[in-house]
Write a protein that binds this ligand. Structure first.
Ligand SMILES: [Zn+2]
Length: 455
């Protein structure tokens, strides 16, 4: 067998592979290792395993292994490892199945050999393919929140909330085995708010929001080390070093929402608006959270830690704490009530579990509870989404706020320049880091990189 140097010379890029060719060498990085799946057809029970590779030119190709081939190769092809694939069969893509390559797929045969590669992999061209989240189907990002796994079988899904350095928060839905394998991994690293790159995802608009979802040929690269991800990692590390929680920063929506007067909120017909108002009353009859059904988010009745959801008509259902914080606010002699669900985290600066934990014994000693009590009379900037279809009379009685940020008198949130939010935010919070941040911003805008963090 050829040694690694000889193999390196024999390698051809995926773009040069010809249909039906059987003798060739390619050097690939494993970017997706699917679940080994059992299935039944007329021939009986079989197993199937899908892998996705990328080469140094950034061209991707997939292979699907069956039965004995799965047994033969299942201990190979670790995620993020590099291999030489020597010989096999280049076939056309299967109709009715999505393929990562427009024409070709790799199939293994009895002459196939796999050798792990110990030389370097040139990521440059693969890395260049990752651009901005809004424009591209592959991007690097930081994940900041991973929701639980839902659904069954193929419709298993998991939502991940991601953000970039402009705090464009997006929901990315992982489907199928991506929800299981990568979803679980992402959940386990949720707190480290790491940079992640997504490849071959699709974007769409759902209820006016830009949303992303995976396809059967998507791949997720956790802690990517290639060039474009390095800048993001640097930005992310900087945020962490300054103790800035990216998940609590005013979102891009909050930054760009048109500011109107509170009276316009009542009359308004625009979708996302923010306004300033003082808190006049706190609905303190209840705790600002409740036990919510994991399926429908409605309040459940919990008796001896067994929950019943009246809406789902299920006994012993999964439940969780969920924020529900109600305020009366006023400005310009207009009074309205607002309710915050997940948005209450911007008010408290912590997630609901931490709030509940901090108030479980002596409520009055919780700094979060004190923040609530002391909020009366303070001014806040509040982001709301108005549904134009709802009649005006019904709108103001039950306004759900998405975000809330206290107005600091000498440096109000709404003056953040959208093009360079970081610089301004940094100036506000930590003057000494200004210079580093400015050069980071410059770097970011040049290559128009998007980063996400798991919130
Ligand atoms: Zn329910």
């Amino acid at each position: 067998m050829a040694n690694e140097e000889e193999l390196g010379k024999m390698c051809i890029p995926i773009s040069k592979l010809k249909k039906y060719a059987t003798e060739w060498v390619i050097k690939v990085l494993v970017i997706r290792r699917g679940l080994i799946k059992e299935y039944k057809n007329e021939k009986g029970e079989s197993v199937r395993w899908q892998l996705i590779f990328v080469d140094e030119e950034g061209t991707k190709i997939q292979t699907t292994l069956f039965n004995i081939d799965v047994q033969l190769w299942k201990n190979f092809f670790d995620q993020n490892k590099i291999y030489y694939i020597i010989n096999g069969k280049i076939s056309g893509t299967k109709p009715n199945f999505l393929s990562v390559h427009k024409d070709l797929e790799v199939a293994f045969n009895s002459n196939t050999e796999i050798i792990q590669c110990n030389t370097e992999f040139m990521y440059q061209q693969f890395s260049n393919g990752f651009i901005s989240l809004d424009e591209s189907e592959q991007f690097t990002t930081e994940i900041y929140f991973v929701k639980e796994l839902n659904g069954e079988g193929r419709s298993r899904r998991r939502e991940v909330i991601v953000t970039n350095e402009r705090y464009d928060r997006k929901t990315l839905t992982l489907w199928g085995d991506l929800a299981e394998i990568e979803g679980e991994l992402l959940e386990s690293i949720e707190n480290s708010k790491s940079v992640v790159a997504f490849s071959d995802v699709k974007s769409s608009t759902y209820q006016g929001d830009f949303v992303l979802s995976t396809t059967p040929v998507s791949s997720v690269l956790i802690y990517p080390t290639f060039e474009k991800a390095k800048d993001l990692t640097k930005w992310n590390d900087n945020m962490k070093a300054s103790n800035l929680d990216i998940s609590l920063m005013p979102s891009r929506l909050m930054q760009i929402a048109r500011e109107v007067k509170i009276t316009d909120i009542v009359d308004g017909s625009i979708v996302s608006l923010k306004f300033k108002a003082k808190i006049t009353d706190i609905n303190s009859n209840h705790d600002p959270w409740y036990h919510a059904c994991k399926k429908c988010h409605r309040r459940v009745t919990v008796i001896k830690s067994t929950a019943t959801c009246g809406y789902c008509k299920i006994e012993d259902i999964d439940y969780d704490e969920r924020y529900r914080l109600k305020f009366d606010v006023s400005a310009e002699e207009q009074y309205i009530s607002i309710t915050l669900f997940d948005g209450a985290r911007y008010f408290f600066g912590c997630d609901v579990k931490e709030y509940v934990g901090s108030t479980s014994e002596k409520k009055e000693e919780s700094k979060y509870y004190r923040k609530l009590v002391l909020s009366k009379g303070k001014e806040f900037s509040i982001l709301v989404k108005i549904d134009r279809k709802i009649a005006k009379e019904d709108r103001n009685s039950n306004l759900v706020a998405e975000e809330i940020h206290e107005v600091i008198k000498d440096d109000p949130t709404d003056e953040i320049d959208v093009d360079a939010p970081l610089i301004k935010l940094r100036r506000k919070r930590s003057k000494k880091n200004k210079d580093t941040i400015q050069c980071l911003i410059k770097g970011q805008s040049e290559n128009n990189l998007v980063s996400f963090v798991i919130e």
